[in-house]
Ligand binder design. Structure first.
Ligand code: GTP
Ligand code: MG
Length: 415
């Protein structure tokens, strides 16, 4: 095949060959996504389990040639990749913009870039004895808990110690309103100016699923650009904190010392996910309430199910204003990472996250496909109205919609 002589150092080869160079466990999902297979795979009876047709669809799709990149596209990707692995912040920013795009062709280009970066990162990890090249920490807490201030002082401390720190934000409000709940950038002014740090605010729009996908991909890009610590900030509203907990090695909950005796409306589910709780603003008059909150959370955590065999969640106090407790918090985070790496739990968690990530992408895509299907779109208003009026049960309406979807899909896919 003439394409086989592709220039592996550049982007002159098709996605097919990039995918083929990946381990089998990774090649198929990325291949199906990058090669515009989703339409082929999700349409027709494949979704509905007619196995021989399904196999035909998949294998036809896998044989489909992938559009090669044009010369300007290759140049763009070569430039981004070289800049990115060279650690240039501008290239990293541009690459993240590419993964955030909604433009179909650019989305494909982003996937090509991402595969290259993944391959590069795997090489790095191979040299590192299979250990992850970076430590990913998610930080969540109620609005105004002191998350950005904490990230700023911890970030500065870490760059001072020779680390490269990137900060990504997931802002649930930007997904629904287009507005921003987190006024982050302004409060991380020093870190944003630090040459060893990279601060990226949340994309201004998109679904939470979309934003978490691009954040996951942005993490990979940051690691490719040599950032050995990736901090992901999200505000404890909606579901974003659960999404963030699913993309990091360590999940840290930040709690301010104000509020009543109860646990300030913080969702119990998210406390269960915390590997570390930091009571913030433990300075001045707030030291006393901070101690009280620390005691409350310490007792609350004892009642919760243990998540890990090698780590017991801890509750610590810190102040970003006086710096008290900040180095100790980082020491705890390092102990966590060391314990989890030594037991192999951290690597296991990452593997499980890849699966969760894949399934959430599938769910989002399948649902979108279902909702956009012409037969479903035709039948939906009428059935919805009948369900809301109580004329038919939701179960029957769902069955009818699924039937409309599957029968027209099968007939459209039959030869
Ligand atoms: N006393 C005291 N105040 C603090 C401390 N850290 C943050 N604050 C104040 O708390 C307010 C909120 O701080 P941020 O760091 O922006 O909090 P945040 O959790 O990032 O806020 P959102 O992103 O808007 O949810 C600011 O007025 C800070 O000055 C601290 O250690 N001590
Ligand atoms: Mg903030």
């Amino acid at each position: 095949m003439p394409q086989i002589g592709c220039k592996m150092r550049g982007f002159g080869c098709s996605l097919r060959r990039i995918c083929a160079s990946l381990p089998s466990s990774f090649a198929v999902p990325s291949f199906t996504r990058t090669c515009r297979l989703s339409r082929g795979v999700f349409t027709g009876s494949s979704l509905l389990g007619h196995s021989s047709q399904h196999r035909r669809n998949v294998s036809t799709a896998l044989r489909q040639p992938i559009q090669d990149l044009s010369a300007p596209e290759q140049r763009l990707l070569n430039k981004l990749y070289a800049g990115l692995i060279g650690g240039q912040r501008a290239s990293l920013a541009e690459s993240i913009t590419l993964v955030e795009t909604q433009h179909p062709r650019k989305k494909e280009l982003a996937q090509v870039l991402l595969q290259r970066v993944l391959a590069y990162r795997r090489e790095q990890e191979g040299r590192n004895g299979g250990k992850p090249a970076a430590f990913r920490v998610g930080l969540s807490g109620p609005p105004g808990a002191g998350k950005s201030s904490f990230i700023e002082v911890v970030g500065k401390m870490l760059t001072g110690r020779g680390h490269k720190v990137s900060v990504l934000a997931v802002d649930p409000s930007s997904c629904t309103t287009g507005g921003s709940l987190m006024g982050d950038k302004t409060r991380m002014t020093e870190l944003s100016r630090d040459m060893d740090a990279f601060v990226r605010p949340s994309p201004a729009s998109g679904t939470l699923g979309g934003v978490t996908r691009t954040t996951n991909e942005a993490i990979v890009l940051c690691e490719g650009a040599g950032y050995d610590i990736v901090l992901v900030e999200t505000v404890g509203v909606g579901q974003s904190e659960f999404a963030v907990a699913d993309m990091v090695d360590m999940f840290v909950l930040l709690i301010p010392p104000a509020g009543g005796d109860e646990l300030q409306g913080i969702k119990r589910g998210i406390i269960e996910r915390a590997d570390l709780v930091v009571v913030t603003k433990s300075d001045g008059d707030l030291v006393v309430p901070a101690r009280r909150i620390q005691t409350e959370y310490t007792s609350a955590l004892k009642l919760l199910r243990r998540q890990s065999k090698s780590w017991n969640p801890k509750v610590v106090r810190a102040s970003s204003h006086t710096f008290e407790g900040i180095p100790e918090v980082w020491t705890k985070m390092e102990s966590y990472r060391d314990a989890m790496l030594a037991s192999g739990e951290l690597q296991g968690r990452r593997r499980a996250q890849q699966r969760v990530w894949m399934w959430s992408l599938i769910q989002e895509n399948v649902l979108q496909h279902f909702q956009n299907h012409p037969s479903v779109r035709d039948a939906l208003p009428h059935l919805e109205e009948r369900v809301t009026k109580g004329a038919i049960s939701p179960g029957l309406a769902a069955d009818l919609l699924l039937k409309a979807f599957s029968s027209s899909s099968s007939s459209s896919s039959s030869p």
